[in-house]
Each structure stands twice: as C-alpha cells, then as structure tokens.
Design a protein around this ligand. Structure first.
Ligand code: GRF
Length: 195
C-alpha cells in the first residue's frame, strides 16, 4: 500500500478528491495533508476525514526558502511518504527539495502543458484566443511545470469566457484527472492518461 502525502495552500478541492478516491482496492492511502498556510481551509477538511495534518507558515521564513523547506520536511519525512502530491500548492520548491522526491512527486497544473507554465493560465489562454484549455498532471522536476506529463484533460474555451468561468470548468475536470492519474501511478503505471 503506497503512502501518499498531499501538499496544499488553500481550499484543497483536489486534495479532497484524491483522498475520497483512495479507498477500497486503490493501491494508495493518504498519510498526511500539509500546507504552507496554517489557515488553509483544506486542513480542516483533511482533519474531518481523520487524516494527519501539518502546517508550516512560509511567512515565518521571510527570504529563507531553505528554512521553510527544512521545517516542512520534518512532518513530511515523519509520515514516510512513498508519493507526494502537490494539489493547489502555491510555493515554488527548490531543486534540492524536489530532488529528494525525484520520480515520486506529482503536481496538477491548470493548463495544457507545455503551454502556459506559471501563473494566470486561464487569462493567458483567453487572451491568446485558444479554443481549448485544460489541466495537466506531471512529475515534478527542478524546472517549474516541466516534468514528464502523466495525464491531461481538455475543456473548450467558450465565447465570452472570463478567467473565473474557465477556471471553474477546468477545476471540475482536474477533479476527474488527478485521482485517475494517482491511481495508475500508485500501481506503477506511468502511461500518460488523456481524458
Ligand atoms: C486551482 O486553481 C487548480 O487549478 C490548481 O490549484 C488551484 C486550487 O486548487 N491546481 P484546490 O482547490 O486547492 O485543489
């Protein structure tokens, strides 16, 4: 049974779908939900489901990314995770941190990578006049939003779409994609899943 730690920064809707899927014959179970924000609403949702949580406030480590990550590593390593899932985690991790979990850290990014790495993905897709948008689950490597793609899901960009409307349409599909990719990944299957 693979042990999965999930890192969040906010509401944790993706975390919740991952947790809700890891039951029964699923080859993995959640062992920790951790956040860079002690007030992240997702922490309460995890606690309500009996999952251990941890929070390290990145604001306690101004201009000290290494210090923040060292503090985050303590509860993270104590949980002995086999897989780390970044789910709405909004901090950039150093290559040193990422390399500790090489080949077993996943992230979901709200664009059809390699398009639109970084932030404001929906506004950029709309501004570019793209007919499609979507989300990507990828392995995390030291270069931001650039690791091997494990799954993608597409949605139409509709006339008059605001970034918020598109974000909501994409998020709904993220909730399908991420659990499906984690289930396969935990079973040792890295074949990209195109929904
Ligand atoms: C969403 O914008 C999602 O696209 C991205 O992180 C944000 C919040 O996700 N992955 P969540 O609700 O905290 O999972």
């Amino acid at each position: 049974m693979k042990r999965v730690a999930i890192l969040i920064s906010g509401g944790g809707s993706n975390m919740l779908r991952l947790v809700e899927d890891m039951i029964g014959d699923h080859p993995a179970r959640p062992v920790l939900v951790a956040s860079n924000d002690p007030h992240a609403a997702g922490l309460e949702k995890a606690e309500a489901r009996g999952i251990a949580t941890a929070a390290v406030d990145h604001r306690d480590f101004p201009r000290d990314r290494a210090g923040f990550e060292a503090a985050l590593l303590r509860p993270l390593l104590a949980a002995k995770p086999d897989i780390i899932c970044l789910a709405g985690f909004m901090r950039i991790l150093t290559p040193e941190f990422v390399s500790r979990f090489s080949g077993r850290m996943l992230n979901i990014h709200p664009s059809l990578l390699p398009k639109y790495q970084g932030l404001d993905t929906h506004a950029r897709a709309i501004a570019a006049g793209d007919a499609e948008a979507g989300a990507t689950v990828h392995e995390v490597t030291p270069e931001l939003d650039s690791g091997p793609i494990l799954g993608q899901v597409r949605v139409p960009v509709l006339p008059g779409d605001t970034p918020q409307a598109l974000a909501a349409r994409v998020l709904e599909q993220e909730h399908r994609l991420y659990p499906a990719v984690l289930r396969r990944f935990a079973a040792g299957d890295r074949t990209p899943l195109m929904l």
